[in-house]
Each structure stands twice: as C-alpha cells, then as structure tokens.
Design a protein around this ligand. Structure first.
Ligand SMILES: *Cc1c(COP(=O)(O)O)cnc(C)c1O
Length: 371
C-alpha cells in the first residue's frame, strides 16, 4: 500500500529533544523556540514570529488581536480547513463565505468586494496547496475598506507571491507544522506579525495574558495579569523537533517539488483530453510542493478513481467539505450558492506526496490514473 502521507524525520529530532530535555529548561520560549522564530524573521522578513501549539491557535490569536466582537464579519473562503473559520467563530464572528476561482481553489478576489459591509473586520485568504492568492488585489481591497488581512499560510511555507514570501504580506499570518505539512513538529504552528501595532499585545496574549516575556527581557521589574490570552506557546520539546526540520528546509522543499513536477509532467498530456484538470500556478505564484491534486469531471468520476487507486494499493484522498454547508454552519450561512467551492469539494483528489515517496511510485500512480 502506498500511504497518502508519511511524516519525514531528518534524523536530528531526537538529538535536539535530548538537548532540550537536559538543558534544564523544557517549558516554552527557550533556546529552540527563539531559533525557530529567528529563522522565520530572518529568512522571510517577518517583523515578529511567535511559535504556537498549532496553526489553529495562531488563528485564534489573530481573532483576539483583530478585536473581533460578536456580530463582526470575517470573509473566509468556504473551501478550506475548519480552523480558518472556527478561530473567528469562537470570538463571536459571523463568517461570510467567499467562492473560489473557476480554475483553481484559491479565493477569487473579484467576489470579495460585494461581501463587505460596515461590520466587516477582516479578510482571511488561504494559500491553498501553498500557491499564493492574488495578494495585491486582496491588500488593495482591504486598504480601501480599512480591513485587516490575515493570511492562512498553513500550507505555504517557503512559497512566494511576486517574489515576496507568503506569510509576510498580510497584517498577520499563520503557519502549521502538523504532521501532514511540509515541515512538521507533530502539532505546532506559528503566528507571523507584520504590522508592528500588534507585536506587543501578541506577546501578552501568547503568555496567558501576562507580561512575562517583557519581564524575562528585564524590561519591567515584575509581571502580572494585564490582558486576555491563553497558553498559546509550545514547550521546548516541540520547538527542538521543529528546529531539526527547519535546518533541512531546503532539502525537504527540493525533494517535494521534484515529486510534484514529476506528477505534473507525467499527467499533463492526459489532462488535455478533458477527463481531469491539473493544478494551476499563476505567474505571480510559486509552487512549494505541499500538495498535488487533480480535479475530476464529476463526483462519480472521483469516487470511481479513488476506488480504483485503492484497489491498486494507492491511498488517495479528498477534502474539504464546503464549510458553508457544514452541519455546524449551514443554518448560519446567508444561503448564497458557492458553486466553485462545491465543485472542488466533490471533484478534487489529493495524490500521495511525501519526502520518502519513490519516483517509481509516482510513475505507477500516474499510470493507474491514466488507465
Ligand atoms: C492544516 C491547516 C490548518 C490547521 O493547522 P493546525 O496546525 O493543525 O491547527 C489551518 N488551515 C489550513 C488551510 C490548513 O491546511
């Protein structure tokens, strides 16, 4: 059986965890946390990076920093993971779902402006499969309406928009190190703060509503409860694992992109006959080898393809169920149809893609699909 995913270990994870455990400091915000945060700040030009226990937690921090009040509206694509919307719903937001482009699953900026009302606070573009949304258009809309842009860059490590790193463009951005992502820590995430107005408060929210981080830097002589917050920072054990991955980021990216390109070039001649479509990477975007998918012509075609691959020992999967028609949100949705989102929910298939996948396996998977 070729699995859909297999977490990749660089070999240094247990070593750095050992170092962290015997350093005498295993709670958060220690040596490895600082190494990981500095990596994002230096390599991607992020003003301030804070490691979190997940991307979901980083999104919850964004909802607090955006000062979302009950009834405030947040524009989110419907074709995304639950957390993109849930983090804002927990803070009382009403989610106004946007549709995807016809040729790829990212949010279509042309649909955003009509969704803005006096209660709109933020737009949350998701860089699906690590491919950039059209950030110039989205930032322009946000600036004209005085809205915050929070990039859900969960899948978008080391990917670019017109040469600018994803996660460095919106006012705030979030990354994930869940074991299904390119760079992993089991469970883990990161909040990227690009608008310095949020830097001070973010650190307090991160540290359970206290100014402990300032205290440890010697900036105040006692610390206490000064704001809302939670325990959003991971332990040094998680950060040590993550550091072993970040150190090898270039190697991980290169391998994943090779496999992605192999899928693309092998399947391309067969996509031309109209049975399925391939991922679209616009000129302004890069591919970071996070995820390879094809879009079938119908739900029936997809179901048949997944069953055929399974019979051949290949575990291909689909995602996401449209959030606007989910059991939790359907009754709260304003009833607008989002046909592109529904089409991706019904017709998109994700193929196995992980560091240790063999090129011979990619070839075999492609041949099954072609047959
Ligand atoms: C994986 C993912 C998340 C959630 O990340 P966690 O670290 O598991 O909380 C959120 N949004 C998107 C688009 C994702 O792919």
């Amino acid at each position: 059986m070729i699995p859909f995913n297999k977490p990749f270990l660089t070999g240094k994870e247990a070593h750095y965890i050992y170092q962290a455990v015997y350093s005498g400091k295993i709670s958060g915000n220690g040596l490895y946390t600082k190494k990981c945060q500095a990596f994002f700040e230096e390599r991607y030009g992020i003003k301030k990076a804070l490691l979190t226990t997940s991307c979901t937690d980083a999104l919850e921090m964004c909802a607090i920093l955006a000062d979302i009040q009950p009834g405030d509206e947040v524009i989110v694509p419907s074709y995304t993971f639950v957390s993109t919307a849930l983090a804002f719903v927990r803070q009382g937001a009403k989610i106004v779902f946007a549709d995807s482009y016809a040729d790829q699953p990212n949010i279509d900026p042309a649909s955003i402006e009509a969704l803005i009302t006096p209660r709109t606070k933020a737009i949350v573009p998701v860089h699906y499969a690590g491919v950039a949304c059209d950030m110039d258009q989205i930032m322009d809309i946000a600036n004209r309406h005085n809205l915050l842009v929070i990039e859900d860059a969960a899948q978008a490590i080391d990917s670019y928009y017109k040469g600018r790193p994803l996660g460095s463009i919106g006012h705030l951005a979030t990354f994930s190190f869940h074991e299904t992502k390119n760079v992993i820590a089991g469970e883990g995430g990161l909040l990227a703060i690009n608008d310095e107005r949020f830097a001070h408060r973010a650190e307090i929210i991160w540290e359970k509503g206290t100014n402990r981080a300032e205290f440890f830097r010697g900036e105040v002589n006692k610390y206490g409860w000064v704001d809302t917050g939670s325990s959003f920072l991971p332990s040094e054990i998680v950060a040590a694992f993550l550091w072993a991955q970040l150190e090898n980021l270039d190697m991980i990216q290169e391998r994943r992109k090779q496999l992605w390109n192999q899928y693309y070039t092998t399947l391309q001649p067969y996509a031309a006959n109209g049975q399925f479509t391939l991922p679209v990477v616009p000129d302004y975007a890069t591919n970071n080898g996070h995820l390879f998918y094809i879009v079938c012509k119908s739900l029936e075609a997809r179901t048949a393809l997944i069953a055929k691959l399974k019979a051949e020992g290949v575990n291909a999967v689909f995602h996401y169920l449209s959030l606007h028609s989910s059991p939790y949100y359907q009754a709260k949705h304003d009833g607008r149809a989002l046909p592109q989102c529904d089409r991706y929910a019904n017709c998109l298939v994700r193929l196995p893609l992980f560091f240790e996948l063999e090129p011979a396996s990619v070839e075999a998977i492609c041949q099954h699909i072609i047959r």
